[in-house]
Ligand binder design. Structure first.
Ligand SMILES: Nc1ncnc2c1ncn2[C@@H]1O[C@H](COP(=O)(O)OP(=O)(O)O)[C@@H](O)[C@H]1O
Ligand SMILES: [Mg+2]
Length: 334
């Protein structure tokens, strides 16, 4: 990992990130003490064969959403979600992940032989875990809640959120909850090969429904999944925006002993992303190398303004050299 620096760029890729990160202070009406995002180059594995139906692998093909989302806040009328304090024995759903298939698709699988992707996510998760575990004066509120976001669709949010969760689950003493918060395009279940069912949006929509009824415990011992839930009608965005904050705070209270990873909707396509950012302790903002535009990065990061701990992950990097996978980037500016 490397903190971004305001140095003149020497390569086009570094230029995008460095200049964008360097302008954050001007582009984003940031909180005064908010640290500049950390830039983490990672996840350069060759594209795995997607499960059917194949999602578009290239963000270049994705239309740029014109939506200008505005954060929405919970109103006093918003019903608060009340949850029991302990649900450890209440998780009723179980799902079996086909580990061999997942590995063949390029994902990090616990106990599998080391791969380049596994090594990259070991590096990526390190700082996130340090922040999550920090105590005393360095403690971060809700630091164990990590939002994986990006500006646009197809930049790698689900790929990175899933791999991050799998990588953390391989740490024997940590428990992970992977939450699919991309209601419009939920892909966690299909990525892991799990059956559908009720999920986060259902709990948000129906206060009588309990969160633990929606959790899926998997055959990866330390990994549970909270699906996005059933597709609702046009109220989805509204619900997500108005009650999402309460819900995330409840998850934080209830699962304070585990790492919770949220697979976010795109920051520039859903107001839910900025609402989520207000409640999590950390954001991992995915940038698709050679594709995410500087304006998108800047606008996307501005939507993450509610979180003080934002790291940028450079995804889908293509390395020209051999041997050192991070060589190209780390060589920059040194
Ligand atoms: N680092 C990577 N290496 C290989 N394939 C990737 C990588 N990041 C993303 N992909 C692939 O790109 C496509 C879009 O990624 P996805 O995570 O679904 O994007 P998003 O969730 O941002 O919409 C998927 O087919 C995914 O498997
Ligand atoms: Mg996704």
């Amino acid at each position: 990992m490397k903190m971004s620096e305001e140095k003149p760029s020497e390569t086009p890729r570094a230029s995008l990130l460095e200049r964008a990160a360097g302008r954050l202070d001007q582009a984003v009406p940031a909180k005064p003490a908010a640290p500049r995002p950390t830039v983490t180059p990672a996840a350069a594995a060759p594209a795995p064969a997607p499960r059917a139906p194949a999602p578009a692998a290239s963000a270049a093909a994705a239309p740029a959403p014109q939506v200008q989302p505005q954060p929405q806040f919970a109103t006093p009328e918003t019903p608060v979600v009340h949850l029991p304090a302990d649900d450890s024995n209440r998780i009723s759903r179980r799902g079996v992940i086909d580990l061999a298939e997942l590995r063949d698709l390029g994902y990090v699988v616990p106990d599998a032989p080391a791969t380049a992707t596994a090594e990259e996510f070991r590096i990526v998760k390190r700082q996130l875990l340090i922040n999550a575990m920090a105590r005393g004066e360095n403690e971060i509120r809700n630091g164990n809640l990590i939002l994986v976001c990006s500006a646009q669709p197809n930049e790698g949010k689900t790929f990175c959120a899933t791999n991050l969760a799998l990588s953390i689950a391989s740490e024997r003493d940590l428990t992970v909850l992977l939450v699919d918060a991309d209601f419009a395009k939920p892909e966690i279940l299909s990525t892991l090969g799990l059956e559908g069912g009720k999920g986060l949006i259902d709990v948000i929509a129906d206060p009588t429904l309990d969160l633990s009824d929606c959790l899926i415990r998997t055959n990866i011992e330390n990994l549970s999944v909270l699906p996005a839930g059933r597709q609702h009608n046009l109220t989805t965005e509204l619900l997500a925006s108005e009650r999402m904050g309460d819900m995330v705070e409840e998850i934080a209270k209830r699962y304070s002993d585990r790492i919770v990873i949220f697979d976010s909707p795109p920051a520039l396509a859903s107001s839910a992303a900025s609402v989520l950012a207000m409640h999590v302790g950390q954001v991992m903002f995915v940038v698709e190398a050679e594709n995410t535009r500087e304006t998108e990065l800047r606008d996307g990061l501005s939507m993450m303004n509610g979180c003080e701990h934002v790291q940028i992950l450079l995804n889908k990097v293509r390395y020209a050299g051999v041997g050192r996978r991070f060589g190209t980037y780390y060589g920059y500016g040194s």
